[in-house]
Design a protein around this ligand. Structure first.
Ligand code: HEM
Length: 406
């Protein structure tokens, strides 16, 4: 019996009718040879054909919700001597590639229609780092916070995961079209840019939990609860630039941090302590002070002896915005690069935060976390990159056109 009792079964039968028209002959021959009954119909996968529009006021892959199951972040450096005409040509080509790939088509001159055919909500998002502004002779157009993101006391940054002139953020629910998109985009960028780093992340598989369920990170926590709701006016206000140069209106800023998790010591720590470190419960993400997942933590609640229930250093207490300009959209992915040689896990979080101004959002929040977040016992920031995310573009245009000129 099908999972939903009937409708999937009926659908499979209907789809099976079409499949039989195409492949029934082969199936019948195979069945006759093996002496077994003809194989039953197979339901078409529902999500593969879903696509996201590339063109629009904003780039895709920021408010695309839920975040896809797989991501690859690639930091590129422009080759020495690359100037405005090169960057313009590059962005024209990559934007065209992205539009085609997201629609389930191969880039121009590519001959592999099968690999991109089921994009599974593929998105391609571009970010501009300080070096790109230098290369086009407009260094002062790069916001100061993107050029010089402040350092934090707890940073242990490795240049291997940091910096970059141009970011490709490529996400999909299926790693196969994702892999194809990344390799074609990087291939088309190769004459003008080299790969500085590449980082791979994931969320739970789409369909593993009910739609709308907040994903879990590798600590087992529901991560993303307090984000502004998808498609809400709050999200638009938090994420998109309104006051700023006209070439950036409708754009955003991305801070990407590679945060290593010490999963061995986390695994061995008591459950109650883990929940107090976050001030939220592990099973359902609800505050330790009671309620359900989307309730706020009550920092004033006391226990029977009059002692505060929530620790002042709990992650959520310090991360909660203290001013509206501190809000951000967190679009994180877990990473797991397999065990190190000594058997310890090389895993953590690719923390990606979008906001209209990282100077008023990420920076003050991370400053508080670096100073006294209890979670610092288990997390270490090992990579950092910040990018301007230009606005989206219309059909026939390319990302960054207002900055680079047509
Ligand atoms: C590995 C590192 C991190 C882990 C495991 C983590 C995990 C979590 C979890 C489980 C929550 C509660 C549920 C939710 O609202 O999403 C949360 C909330 C939050 N985190 Fe983190 N986080 C990490 C790093 C960061 C960083 C670096 C920042 C920003 C600088 C940040 C900012 C926030 C914010 C703004 C909230 C929402 C607070 C609220 O308004 O309730 N987190 N985090």
């Amino acid at each position: 019996m099908s999972a939903d009792g009937s409708s999937l079964g009926r659908r499979a039968l209907l789809l099976g009718g079409a499949a039989a028209a195409v492949g029934g002959g082969t199936a019948a021959v195979l069945a006759a040879r093996s002496g077994s009954p003809e194989p039953g119909p197979v339901a078409a996968p529902p999500g593969g054909a879903e696509s996201v529009a590339f063109h629009g006021a904003h780039q895709p892959g920021v408010d695309t919700h839920p975040a896809q199951a797989h991501s690859v972040f690639v930091g590129l450096d422009l080759r020495p001597g690359a100037g405005t005409p090169d960057v313009r040509r590059l962005m024209r080509l990559l934007s065209d590639d992205a539009a085609r790939l997201m629609a389930g088509r191969a880039p121009l001159a590519a001959q592999d229609p099968e690999l991109p055919a089921l994009p599974s909500r593929l998105t391609v998002t571009f970010g501009f780092g300080p070096g790109l502004f230098d290369a086009i002779g407009r260094p002062t157009d790069c916001p100061e916070v993107i050029r010089n993101l402040p350092g934090f006391a707890t940073d242990r940054l490795d240049p291997r995961w940091s910096g970059g002139d141009l970011l490709l953020q490529v996400c999909s629910d299926d790693p196969v079209p994702l892999s194809y998109a990344v390799r074609r985009l990087v291939r088309d960028a190769r004459s003008i840019a080299t790969v500085r780093w590449s980082q791979r992340g994931f969320n739970q598989a789409r369909g593993s939990e009910a739609p709308g369920t907040t994903p879990r990170n590798l600590f087992g926590q529901r991560d993303g609860t307090a984000n502004p709701a998808a498609g809400s006016p709050e999200l638009a206000e938090v994420v998109w630039v309104r006051d700023g140069p006209s070439w950036l209106a409708g754009g955003s800023m991305l801070v990407l941090r590679r945060i290593r998790m010490d999963l061995d010591t986390w695994d061995d720590f008591g459950r109650a302590g883990k929940e107090m470190a976050m001030a939220r419960r592990l099973d359902d993400g609800a505050p330790v002070t009671g309620g359900t997942e989307f309730d706020e933590v009550d920092t004033r609640m006391v226990d029977g002896r009059g002692m505060p229930i929530v620790a002042t250093g709990a992650h959520v207490v310090l991360a909660t915005h203290r001013h509206p300009t501190e809000r951000m959209l967190r679009r994180a992915f877990s990473y797991d690069d397999g065990p190190n040689a000594d058997g310890t896990p090389d895993a953590g979080l690719l923390f990606a935060a979008y906001q209209a101004d990282a100077a008023t959002a990420f920076v003050p929040v991370q400053a508080r976390l670096a100073e006294s977040d209890v979670m610092n016992l288990w997390v270490t920031h090992v990579g950092s990159a910040a990018f301007v995310v230009p606005p989206g573009c219309a059909d026939g245009e390319f990302v960054g056109q207002a900055l680079l000129g047509a």
